[in-house]
Design a protein around this ligand. Structure first.
Ligand SMILES: N[C@@H](CCC(=O)N[C@@H](CS)C(=O)NCC(=O)O)C(=O)O
Length: 237
């Protein structure tokens, strides 16, 4: 398990020893979300690879750190007063990293709770619906499921894309006319569309397509997604 540092320009952190550590594998969508959020928010994080195939998530220390869940991504962050935050759940980790960072990614609108509610709504939608729908189509193609996708799975995914298309305003963002963690979350999940050649996003969902193209120019998206793109390409061959 090699440790390396993957982001520069620490913000709001008093010294390097207080940098959070992210644990995971870059082909995991949740790990990519956390890494991308840290980069855009200029939070320097240490990266520790946890190779699931080699069982590195089943070590006693990782099981302890994840409170028995042994899942990635996980984050550990020692605060200035010595408090140790150890947590799982990619969306919550992304929110946290954005909230301790440079403010480039909105996580809440303190003066407009109705907008915060929309961030929450969309991220809950990702967790409970969108991710499962795209997973139903993409996971079998990545070798992570043996259930081949059916027409109803494609229809469900199209329904989600129609929903996102309608939720995008002419500001080019999902909520409040500004970049929020909901944009990062949903765009990151939709990176798995590269396994779904049956859906022509550019033609059928042009607003979503433009939004995705813009989001993919932000921060180190290209670098973060590269291992997954390579993996996906190898599965498409
Ligand atoms: N809802 C969680 C899902 C985490 C999850 O299922 N991670 C998978 C890899 S993508 C994992 O760690 N599997 C190994 C295990 O659970 O033992 C999140 O978004 O972080």
């Amino acid at each position: 398990m090699d440790m390396l540092f993957i982001a520069s320009n620490p913000t709001n952190m008093s010294d390097a020893s207080k940098q959070p550590t992210l644990y995971g594998m870059q082909i995991s969508a949740g790990c990519r979300l956390a890494t991308w959020a840290a980069n855009i928010s200029e939070v320097a994080v240490a990266w520790q690879e946890i190779n699931l195939m080699q069982g590195e998530h089943k070590t006693p220390e990782f099981i302890r750190m994840t409170q028995g869940r042994h899942c990635i991504p996980a984050l550990s962050h020692t605060l200035d007063d010595g408090t140790v935050l150890e947590m799982t759940e990619s969306r919550a980790i992304a929110r946290y990293l954005c909230s301790i960072g440079n403010g480039a990614v909105t996580t809440a609108f303190p003066k407009a709770p109705h907008l915060t509610a929309q961030i929450d709504e969309l991220m809950d939608y990702d967790a409970t619906c969108l991710y499962k729908r795209i997973g139903a189509v993409a996971y079998p193609r990545m070798g992570f499921s043996s259930t081949p996708p059916e027409e109803k799975d494609f229809e469900a995914l199209r329904k989600s894309l129609s929903y996102i298309e309608a939720r995008l305003s002419d500001t080019g963002f999902l909520v409040g006319g500004t970049l929020s963690v909901a944009d990062l979350n949903l765009a990151n999940t939709l990176s798995m569309l590269n396994m779904v050649s049956e859906i022509d996003v550019a033609q059928d969902f042009p607003v979503t397509n433009k939004w995705l193209a813009h989001l993919q120019t932000l921060g180190n998206y290209a670098e973060v997604v590269a291992p997954f793109e390579q993996f996906a390409a190898s599965k498409r061959e």
